[in-house]
Design a protein around this ligand. Structure first.
Ligand code: MN
Ligand code: MN
Length: 466
C-alpha cells in the first residue's frame, strides 16, 4: 500500500539507461557519433559556425539577406561576423499572435587566446604569450597538447586561416610546468595561484636562425617560417584572433561506452543537438528559432554576443520580409515568445559531492536538466523562470516521454553561474535554462552522458514541434 502510494506521489528519479531498448540505444550511439565527429572539426566558434553554415546550406536554408520575402515553411539564417548564427523556420501560426519558439546556446568555450604582441624569445626558446578566455583553472592548461586555430587579417583585407595541431602529422604546442623536484615553493601556494596567468606561455620553437650577428635568433627563425608559410610579418599578429585549444579528439568514455569526453562540450553539446534537431525539422506551427551565440563565456558583450542588437536585427528582418512589421511589433513578438536557454548544467560528481545538494543536482544519465533559476548567493543575478512557464515545459517533456530533472547549480552560497537566459528574459520572453549535465566543466576535457545528449536532442525537437 505504502509502496503504491509512493509510486504515485514521489518524484521519479531514475537512470535513463534503465528503460533504453536496443533500437533506442542505437539511436543514442548514432547521435553521439555524429556529435563527436562534428566537435572534432568545430573546436572554435568560427569553425562551429562554418560547419553549421554547411549543414544549413545542405538542408535547404538560405541566407536571409538574399531573401526578399518570407512565407511559412521558409528556412533562413543569418551569420554574424563568422562567430555567431541565428536560424529560423517560419511557422504556420501568426508570429504577431504566437511569438516564436527560440532555443539559444553558445559556441564559444574557455580557451587561451594569443596576446596582440605574442611572440617572444627567452633562454633560447620561442614562445607565444597568451591571455586566457573564460573561467579556467589555469593549472589544467599546462603540459597538455594544444592546437592553434584562428585567423590573421592583413592590412589588405586578406584573411589567413590557421589550424595547426589537429592532424596526426601536425606539430602541437604545449605550456610547460615545473618538475616536482623543484616545485617545493610552488606546491605551497594556493591552487588558484599555482600557475600565474602571465606564465601561460606557449612553447613554439627552439632552432636559432643561422647568423651569429643577429639577436633573438629563435624568434627570427619562427617568423621566417611563418613568413614563408603564410606571407605574414610580426605586425600582422595585431589583427589576428588566434586561439589555443586542447589537441585531444572527442572520444567515447567507459567500458560501457556510455559517455563522451571532449573539449568544448560547454556549450557545443547543446549547440550541436539543437542545430541537428533544427536540420531535421520540417513545417512547424510556431516560428522556430535557433541561436548559436558567441562570447557567452566572457559575459555575452560585443557585437557577436547575445547582449548585442544583432539578434533583434535578424528578427526584424523576418518581420520585414514577412510583410507584417509595424511599430513595436518586435517588442510584442519577444513578449509572446518562449525560449529554452540551452546551456550545460553542472553534473553531480560523487568525488566532489559536498558542493552539490543531492536533491537538486543534475545527474549524468538522468536526462535533460532544467535550471529554473541561475545566479549566486541569494539568487543574485538570476534569471528565474515563471512557474507557469515551467509547468508548460514539463507538459511538453512528459507528453513526449522525455526524461528530465530539475536542478540547481551547486549548494546555496557555494557559487553559481549564468547563461544567456536573462538577455531574452529581459526582452519579455519566457525562458528556462535547459541543458546537458557536464563533469569537469570548463576543463580541457569535459564529460557528458550519451543518454543526456540524446535527451537534449529529443527535448529541442519536441519544443520546436509544439
Ligand atoms: Mn555554457
Ligand atoms: Mn561555460
Amino acid at each position: 500500500m505504502g509502496e503504491q502510494l509512493k509510486e504515485k506521489l514521489f518524484t521519479k528519479r531514475e537512470e535513463g539507461w534503465k528503460e533504453v531498448d536496443e533500437k533506442q540505444k542505437q539511436e543514442i550511439m548514432k547521435i553521439s557519433e555524429e556529435y563527436m565527429a562534428f566537435l572534432n572539426n568545430s573546436k572554435t566558434e568560427r569553425e562551429f559556425i562554418k560547419n553549421a553554415k554547411k549543414l544549413a546550406d545542405d538542408n535547404g536554408y538560405t541566407d536571409i539577406i538574399n531573401k526578399t520575402e518570407l512565407k511559412p515553411g521558409d528556412k533562413v539564417y543569418f551569420i554574424n561576423r563568422e562567430k555567431s548564427m541565428y536560424l529560423a523556420i517560419i511557422g504556420e501560426n501568426s508570429i504577431e499572435e504566437n511569438g516564436m519558439h527560440i532555443i539559444g546556446s553558445h559556441v564559444d568555450s574557455p580557451r587561451l587566446d594569443l596576446k596582440p604582441n605574442p611572440l617572444c624569445e627567452e633562454g633560447g626558446l620561442a614562445y607565444f604569450k597568451t591571455h586566457y578566455y573564460g573561467g579556467i583553472k589555469k593549472y589544467q592548461w599546462t603540459t597538455i597538447p594544444l592546437s592553434l586555430h584562428g585567423v590573421i587579417v592583413k592590412t589588405n583585407g586578406e584573411k589567413v586561416e590557421i589550424n595547426i595541431g589537429e592532424n596526426e602529422t601536425d606539430p602541437i604546442f604545449t605550456i610547460t610546468d615545473l618538475l616536482p623536484h623543484l616545485a617545493q615553493q610552488q606546491m605551497e601556494k594556493k591552487l588558484k595561484e599555482g600557475i600565474d596567468g602571465e606564465d601561460l606561455k606557449l612553447l613554439i620553437g627552439s632552432i636559432p636562425f643561422e647568423d651569429d650577428k643577429v639577436q633573438e635568433k629563435v624568434k627570427l627563425n619562427i617568423l621566417n617560417i611563418l613568413n614563408k608559410k603564410y606571407d605574414i610579418t610580426e605586425a600582422d599578429f595585431m589583427s589576428s584572433e588566434l586561439e589555443l585549444v586542447p589537441a585531444f579528439r572527442a572520444r567515447t568514455l567507459g567500458f560501457d561506452e556510455s559517455m563522451v569526453a571532449a573539449y568544448g562540450q560547454d556549450d557545443k553539446v547543446c549547440a550541436y543537438t539543437s542545430l541537428s534537431a533544427m536540420m531535421n525539422l520540417e513545417a512547424v506551427k510556431n516560428t522556430a528559432v535557433c541561436i548559436l551565440s558567441d562570447k557567452e563565456e566572457i559575459g555575452s558583450m560585443g557585437n557577436t554576443g547575445m547582449e548585442s542588437h544583432m539578434f533583434d536585427f535578424f528578427i526584424s528582418e523576418i518581420l520585414n520580409k514577412l510583410g507584417v512589421n509595424k511599430p513595436n511589433l518586435l517588442d510584442r513578438v519577444f513578449c509572446f515568445s518562449k525560449m529554452l536557454s540551452s546551456d550545460v548544467d553542472a553534473g553531480y560528481d560523487p568525488i566532489y559531492a559536498s558542493v552539490s545538494d543531492s536533491l537538486n543536482a543534475g545527474y549524468l544519465g538522468r536526462g535533460i536538466a532544467l535550471n529554473k533559476y541561475t545566479g549566486a548567493r541569494g539568487k543574485s543575478g538570476a534569471s528565474d523562470a515563471n512557474a507557469e512557464y515551467v509547468g508548460w515545459v514539463r507538459n511538453v517533456l512528459e507528453k513526449n516521454n522525455i526524461k528530465y530533472q530539475i536542478t540547481e547549480l551547486g549548494k546555496v552560497d557555494i557559487g553559481g553561474g549564468g547563461t544567456i537566459a536573462y538577455i531574452l528574459a529581459n526582452k519579455g520572453t519566457d525562458v528556462i535554462d535547459c541543458g546537458v549535465p557536464v563533469l569537469s566543466m570548463h576543463a580541457p576535457y569535459e564529460v557528458t552522458s550519451k543518454y543526456d545528449i540524446y535527451s537534449a536532442y529529443k527535448t529541442y525537437e519536441a519544443f520546436w514541434k509544439e
